[in-house]
Design a protein around this ligand. Structure first.
Ligand code: F6R
Length: 241
């Protein structure tokens, strides 16, 4: 695991983008694994700027996203599909038919999970982008999730629903379930770039990089992946010094 400590959020995005740019230039048919949340937005801004400057093209790029809420209607502004369109896909020359986000409105969610697992196995990301939760979660794999899990449905913890209630008009509107890639799916990626900023992530970053490999900190499994780059700001990385 290579750890890069940057000055601030903007530099995290710029540094993460150097790896992304190299891949996009060398492999215009690459598959990207993407995440939502605030951590990767700076990287997405850099990717948009490169695309607008003609340095990269996404015409033949495929993407797979980590997760999605269950039960939010198509077009809802809190779906992760909406987030990806709004923060990246609407601003680059990608064909949206080549972008996948788990289907949280599928009639048969078990089948949707199986299909997603199969799709990822056939389209293994060249780079997987990850954020990390303050409890060490990756995607919606909360502490306790087995490392061999594939795409599955999770019941959202009450705390997570309360944290997210600010994005909805009331807590009752916050979904109770989500669909997420499992850790076994994520670990297939050829390269993983995890980005994190802020003091609230410092313990999770320490446990991930220096703690025991345990499902108590789902991200600790990344210690056993051969090609991981962790890019953090000084606050998120301060326990590593
Ligand atoms: C998002 C995801 C989550 C976030 C994590 C950090 O697709 O899977 O695991 O990466 O919750 O979120 P932020 O970046 O908002 O702090």
């Amino acid at each position: 695991m290579r750890i890069i400590i940057e000055k601030d959020y903007q530099d995290i995005g710029k540094t993460a983008n150097t790896f992304m740019r190299e891949l996009l230039i060398n492999n215009p048919n690459a598959t990207l694994g993407l995440a939502t949340g605030s951590s990767p937005v700076g990287l997405y801004k850099e990717m948009i700027a490169d695309n607008k400057a003609g340095i990269t093209t996404f015409k033949n790029i495929k993407t797979v996203n980590l997760d999605e809420y269950v039960g939010l209607p198509e077009g809802h502004d809190q779906t992760y599909r909406y987030f990806m369109n709004d923060n990246l896909f609407n601003h680059i020359d990608i064909d949206k038919n080549n972008t996948r986000v788990p289907n949280g409105m599928a009639e048969n969610l078990e089948n949707a999970c199986k299909e997603y697992t199969d799709y990822v196995a056939k389209n293994i990301p060249d780079i997987q982008i990850l954020g990390i939760g303050s409890n060490g979660h990756i995607a919606f794999n909360e502490p306790g999730t087995p490392f061999d899990a594939h795409t599955h449905i999770v019941t959202l913890k009450e705390g997570t629903r309360q944290d997210n209630a600010r994005f909805f008009s009331s807590i009752d509107e916050v979904p109770t379930h989500a669909i997420t890639m499992g850790i076994a799916d994520i670990m297939q990626a050829k390269m993983i770039i995890l980005v994190a900023n802020g003091i609230g992530k410092s313990k999770a970053i320490y446990d991930m990089a220096k703690g025991p490999v345990t499902t108590d900190c789902p991200a600790s499994i990344l210690q056993s992946h051969p090609n991981v780059v962790v890019i953090v700001d000084e606050s998120a990385g301060y326990l590593l010094k």
